[in-house]
Design a protein around this ligand. Structure first.
Ligand code: NAD
Length: 326
């Protein structure tokens, strides 16, 4: 009988630290050839977009498929969210579906976790660093949580075009992480003062001037992921050691790298490594304190599968969720 886990159940059992461990292992499996990661399947019914994201992680024992829909008219016409996601977890031994869980919070945490792992391997390792978060929405909060797990932070700045979003970000994340969070008055302030920067906005055009980024900065870019949209400008891509979640995803989905390639500013070989190659030591990470490192995340189904398995195991141990007779 499959276990059903609501959003609240997932929130109750999922912690960033555990998720970073599971996601790190998933990226290592991708690099070691024990992960199966088919391309995302897109279907476009008349009113929206449906995405199917399957993955299998042999060593982690995780077999799952996330179903995500983006229906822009949902809020007005049906009083439902635009983006809805559920994850179906299977038993790799029998193929049976053992759990169906809400995928909204899980997606935000697994996206944060990938950035946290990237910061763990690529950011400078000095103590008491300053984090700078572009965007103050759902993903941005998890980016700060993961950054705080990866490095000891003395302070964080958040920058958003919405003051309301900034207020809610500071009110929620300040007490949760017990760190001082201040509103940045400009994008330049983040570039001038921060050691680790995460971009997690809904912008489809560059959100800062990459020529102004400080040497030694680590950047996680998680926002835009369509060929014509980008949060990062050509200058910062050119100046950075570029690490992809997946080369294939970057070349199909990430305007951040595809646009500079189309402009002729760089070629594909500018992509230095995949995150899994750094984790497994196949390629070295940061080379010195002055290098700018950049991780581009498009979001991979292996992150969902690893996180769903983690959530399921913890829920079973804690007796959370309800079993459905289907
Ligand atoms: N890489 C991944 O795995 C992954 C996973 C989920 C979502 N995403 C992407 O992350 C992005 C953020 O998603 P979300 O759910 O947090 O959205 P959200 O709507 O909750 O937050 C986005 C925030 O960005 C702000 N913003 C827009 N333009 C800005 C600009 N120029 N400068 C500063 N702030 C700006 C908005 O005001 C808003 O507060 C989206 O592009 C989404 O598609 C990526």
């Amino acid at each position: 009988m499959p276990l059903l886990l609501s959003r609240e159940d997932v929130i109750n059992v999922l912690e960033m630290k555990d998720c970073m461990e599971a996601v790190e292992k998933a990226f290592a499996e991708l690099a070691n050839g024990t992960a199966v990661l088919p391309l995302r399947i897109n279907i476009t019914p008349p009113d929206g977009l449906a995405l199917y994201m399957p993955a299998y992680l042999k060593d982690s024992g995780a077999l799952a498929c996330k179903v995500v829909t983006v229906y822009k008219n949902n809020p007005k016409q049906h009083n439902m969210p635009t983006t809805i996601g559920k994850v179906l977890l299977q038993d790799p031994a029998t193929g049976d579906v053992i759990c169906i869980m809400d995928g909204g919070y899980l997606t935000a945490v697994r996206t944060g976790a990938a950035s946290g792992v990237a910061a763990k391997y690529l950011a400078r390792d000095d103590k008491r660093q300053i984090a700078g978060i572009f965007g103050a929405g759902v993903q941005a909060k998890m980016q700060l949580w993961a950054t705080a797990e990866a490095r000891e932070l003395s302070k964080a700045f958040v920058y958003d075009i919405s003051d309301e979003a900034i207020k809610s970000f500071i009110a929620e994340m300040g007490p949760k992480l017990d760190i001082e969070i201040a509103k940045a008055t400009s994008a330049d302030q983040i570039l001038a003062q921060c050691d680790i920067i995460c971009t997690a906005t809904s912008s489809s055009t560059p959100i800062f001037d990459g020529s102004k980024a400080r040497e030694g900065t680590h950047i996680n870019g998680i926002g835009s992921h369509t060929p014509n949209a980008r949060e990062l400008d050509t200058a910062i891509i050119k100046r950075s050691k570029f690490v992809a979640d997946s080369y294939e995803a970057c070349l199909k989905e990430a305007g951040d790298i595809m646009i500079p390639i189309q402009e002729g500013a760089i070629n594909k070989s500018h992509m230095y490594a995949e995150l899994g190659e750094i984790i497994t030591g196949k390629k070295p990470g940061r080379a010195g304190d002055s290098e700018i490192t950049l991780f581009k995340s498009n979001g991979l189904a292996i992150q969902d599968a690893a996180t769903a398995k983690l959530v399921y195991d913890k829920a079973v141990r804690a007796g959370v969720g309800i079993e459905a007779k289907i």
